[in-house]
Design a protein. Sequence first.
Length: 327
Amino acid sequence: MIDNFPRIKLGHFPTPIEYLANITEYLDGPEIFIKRDDCTGLATGGNKTRKLEFIMPDALNSKADLIVTVGAIQSNHVRQTAASCAILGIKCLVVLEQRVANATEAYMNSGNVFLNQLFDAEMVLCPIGIDVEEYAHEIMDKKRNEGKNPYFIPVGGSNHLGELGYIECMREIKEYDKDGLFTHILLATGSGGTQAGLVAGKNIYKSKAQIIGISIKDNKNDQEEKVFKLTNNSCDYVGEDHVSRNEVIAFDGYVGGGYAIPTEGMMSAVKLMARKEAILLDPVYTGKAFAGLVDLVQKRHFKKTDKILFIHTGGSAAFPAFEWAFK
Ligand SMILES: Cc1ncc(COP(=O)(O)O)c(C=O)c1O
């Protein structure tokens, strides 16, 4: 079904699903598996590779000669967009939003920011207090006046095209889990497209697993409403029935002080995954999401007979910007 939509190969798919034997034993709860979307292969990997495989054909089709996108300073989406543009030979301009107050020098310059530079993306800092999308559109108007043909990718690549990537991810999960043994799928949810694609895919590929998004910024209701809207846009785009509201579940108890502000739980989860499985989570998204998973297991939210699939959506390229938090 997804095969009918234009797609450009940017990454390595399907990504592996692995059993986390050491963490399962340590937590003494349900069996925990991981889907390695941190290994999508594009410029240190991550969830945006899947989305960009379906977004970039639209950009090429519109004969764009400039890709414009937006994100936080240490956005993984921005870095993967810049990397895709390098492969496709299109100029990339990224508008970075200063969401973190009193950011360190490392946060402003290293990690993903350094990689954007390496991929030759033009970086523009959005002035504080100005809406980043509006600012990006003003820049695009100026570029049009200079004769350019810019193409805009929304924050996180979360639109009907990007979500096709996570409908496809659900197909991969069902291919692996033919007998439908996974009871829950858990992931970090931010701009919402990853979760939306999975929820749409769950209905299409008839998975019984409950999908739980761990919010990294917004409160439960706002996050669920955002994902619900995106999911049904996706369903419209692929010609499927809408999902019901109760299929969209987000927990907001692991955000801590706010977006990208380290929490004790995140740091413990990152260390646990490193020391038990030698897998690198990230401080902004997957660290907080895995902290949620550990907490839910410890609170006996799941049954011991459950099988949980954690989607590792990438992000470790941001580590150099956060080393201070771990010292
Ligand atoms: C590493 C990582 N995980 C999860 C997410 C959240 O994905 P989404 O924005 O599709 O909700 C992001 C988004 O930027 C990310 O970079």
